[in-house]
Ligand binder design. Structure first.
Ligand code: ATP
Length: 494
């Protein structure tokens, strides 16, 4: 099985992701996307925006600032509560997130535990520093937000946003006043988030700078189960690890219908609907459902204001891990910002003729970088017969859609025709032209980076004005007229 380290090596070798500032020795938790990585990442974001914003009439988007008035983070609770527990070795000063240490040593989840709980677990289980076997000092809280100072002299202390979501709440009034939205509706945002993670690790999975795709979906507080779209998803099958199953020590998820999440009171209809849509998004873009599951948060993990929270987890080589979270946040955020800013953050409800603070029935929150990793792991396969890696990315996600080759690199007439075909296709798709090496080698290079189609211009092309299109997954070759080529490829990229 491909390890996360192997995936890093692959990504670097092929130009998907590089360690940030590598020529200066890098910086832990920061990564730079290379020429292929940026294409894949943009395709992921575009697919998400297309599905959840453009194809819907109830969602609008925003793009908020990364640094914002620090009161935002006081009101949201981040200043006081966005903390991780650190443990530090008394001998070699090795620092690690307490939760990860316990997970690694005892194989149990430790989210939401306090420093004293970690001290007890470390003592009871005689856990020593994995580096030098030294004893750990007392565990303590650490703020996860990066601080910064705004203004050239005597700057005001502020923070880099640790999530995009709060920017949605603070823009709520402006959006409502300008967009003619009415309940139920959502506001979406994609952008960078920053967390000073104690132990960044597992490549892109736990970084200090990353990107999120988030929605806050507002409904009337009395209509949490009046989801008019619910029938679209109610019979969908999903793998679920419920809180009860986790409490009973069950490790394997079970199949459930989305409707069962509601009847078993795991989620409201709106909440279940939004989780189902995200699950479907992953599957539609090629993730094998065997590698996906929903995990209901245990009561101990829930924030005091959250009604429920369900993650989508992906089966990474280092275990089942969260790639998406979706909380029912009640009216907490709008009420908090309303209290702190002294501005009314509510809507006039036509039906009841009353003002109402909208209820966040769902907060889909998805990491772009973790999604990127999940798609790569799912697509990666080694084809023994071909003797090379085949990256079976969904064609819509593939960084390069078509590669164009002249059959032979020493025949000017083939090169001329191939360049013509390449130039035409380039105005439709992201294409790559290659005339170096054997045709087999050129196919292999494209297989490895997930290019769905390779177009070869041979001597028959000169006479018949057609080309061979080779399919990445089946290696099947189809003859297509050059005049029809862009249309043919466009149709097969769906
Ligand atoms: P974790 O428990 O793994 O730290 P979280 O529960 O704190 O994650 P959320 O606050 O729910 O994460 O953030 C929403 C999404 O943002 C996550 O599902 C994940 O995809 C992404 N994300 C969060 N932290 C990181 C990180 N350090 N690096 C990369 N992506 C992240």
């Amino acid at each position: 099985m491909l390890s996360i380290q192997d995936m890093f090596v692959f990504c670097k070798k092929k130009g998907f992701v590089f360690p940030d500032s590598e020529i200066y020795g890098g910086l832990a938790g920061f990564w730079d996307y290379g020429p292929l990585g940026i294409e894949l990442k943009r395709n992921i974001i575009n697919e998400w925006w297309q599905r959840f914003v453009h194809e819907r009439e109830d969602i609008v988007g925003i793009d908020g600032a990364i640094i914002t008035n620090p009161k935002v983070w006081e009101a949201s609770g981040h200043v006081d509560h966005f903390l991780d527990v650190l443990v530090e070795c008394g001998k070699c000063n090795y620092r690690v997130k307490a939760e990860s240490l316990i997970e690694d040593f005892l194989g149990i989840r430790a989210e939401g535990l306090k420093p004293e709980d970690f001290d007890r677990l470390i003592k009871e289980n005689k856990i020593r520093c994995p580096k030098c076997k030294g004893e750990f000092k007392k565990a303590r809280f650490l703020q996860l937000m990066f601080e910064t100072s705004v203004g050239p002299v005597d700057g005001v202390k502020s923070y880099l946003r640790p999530e995009t979501a709060q920017l949605i709440f603070i823009n709520f009034r402006n959006v409502v006043e300008t967009s003619r939205v009415k309940l139920p509706f959502g506001i979406a945002q994609v952008g960078k988030a920053f967390r000073n993670e104690i132990s960044p690790r597992d490549f892109l999975f736990r970084a200090r700078e990353f990107e999120q795709m988030e929605i806050e979906y507002f409904v009337h507080p009395d209509r949490l189960d009046e989801c008019s779209y619910f029938d679209e998803v109610k019979d969908m099958e999903v793998n679920v690890l419920t809180a009860k199953m986790q409490e009973a020590g069950v490790k394997e998820a079970k199949k459930m219908r989305v409707a069962d999440l509601v009847t078993e009171r795991i989620a409201t209809k709106w909440h279940a609907y939004w989780i189902a849509l995200a699950y479907k998004w992953f599957v539609d873009l090629g993730i094998n459902p065997k590698n996906l599951r929903l995990r209901e948060h245990l009561h101990s993990e829930l924030a005091h204001y959250a009604g429920a929270c369900i993650d989508i987890e992906y089966r990474f080589p280092f275990g089942w891990k969260e790639i998406y979270g979706n909380a029912d946040r009640k009216q907490f955020d709008l009420q908090q910002h309303s209290n702190y800013s002294k501005k009314e953050l509510c809507l006039y409800d036509q039906a009841t003729k009353q003002k109402v603070v909208p209820y966040v029935a769902a907060e889909p929150s998805q990491g772009v970088d973790r999604t990127f990793l999940a798609f790569l792991f799912d697509a990666y396969s080694y084809d023994k017969k071909r003797g090379n890696v085949v990256l079976k990315l969904h064609p819509r996600l593939a960084p390069i859609k078509v590669a164009v080759f002249p059959l032979l690199s020493n025949k000017p007439e083939l090169i001329k025709k191939a360049r013509e075909v390449y130039t035409t296709l380039k105005s439709h798709f992201n294409c790559f032209y290659d005339q170096s090496g054997s045709i087999g080698r050129r196919y292999a290079r494209q297989d490895e980076i997930g290019t769905p189609f390779c177009v070869t211009i041979d001597f028959d092309s000169l006479k018949q004005n057609d080309v061979t299109v080779r399919d990445r997954d089946t290696t099947k070759q189809t003859r297509v007229k050059i005049d029809d080529l862009a249309g043919w490829i466009g149709k097969h990229l769906k």
